[in-house]
Design a protein around this ligand. Structure first.
Ligand code: AMP
Length: 132
């Protein structure tokens, strides 16, 4: 049984901050920033592609509720939402989880994005492959 299923089954403890019939949210054991929280489905879904539309909606709603709890309790208004889906994306626990990362002034976290415009011909080819 995976570590998050054990948390759902109360076999290992967590700092629970939100719960619905199908989702659970608890503090991440390694706080990247203060209030770093994970939202999980109670049922074991391995990753993003395993989710059903219904549980995806419930996770999204729970995520929104947790951000509002963090806003109320910690006063934070800036967040990153992050899901690592698959080992190449850095997923370590094979049970879907949404990271909620509260962001603070000068917190030292950086998600660098390339700002170089793509080659337009390549972009068009890619678009046609995806969208048509
Ligand atoms: P990921 O790399 O996206 O799979 O992230 C897994 C996250 O789960 C990491 O941020 C861990 O710190 C967190 N984690 C692992 N075990 C526990 C646990 N028992 N309680 C809370 N968080 C955990």
């Amino acid at each position: 049984m995976c570590v998050f299923c054990k948390i759902v089954n109360n076999e290992i403890p967590c700092f629970k901050i939100h719960e619905t019939s199908n989702t659970l949210a608890f503090l991440d054991i390694s706080q990247v920033t203060k209030g770093h929280t994970l939202v999980i489905p109670k049922k074991h879904y391995q990753d993003l592609l395993s989710l059903t539309p219904d549980i995806a909606k419930e996770i999204a709603e729970a995520t929104l509720e947790v951000t509002n709890i963090l806003k109320t309790k910690l006063g934070v208004t800036n967040f990153n939402l992050l899901n690592n889906s698959g080992s190449l994306a850095g997923q370590e626990v094979p049970h879907f989880h949404m990271h909620i990362l509260p962001r603070y002034e000068n917190d030292g976290i950086s998600f660098s994005k390339p700002h170089k415009p793509a080659d337009m011909a390549e972009l068009k080819k890619l678009y046609e492959n995806i969208a048509k």
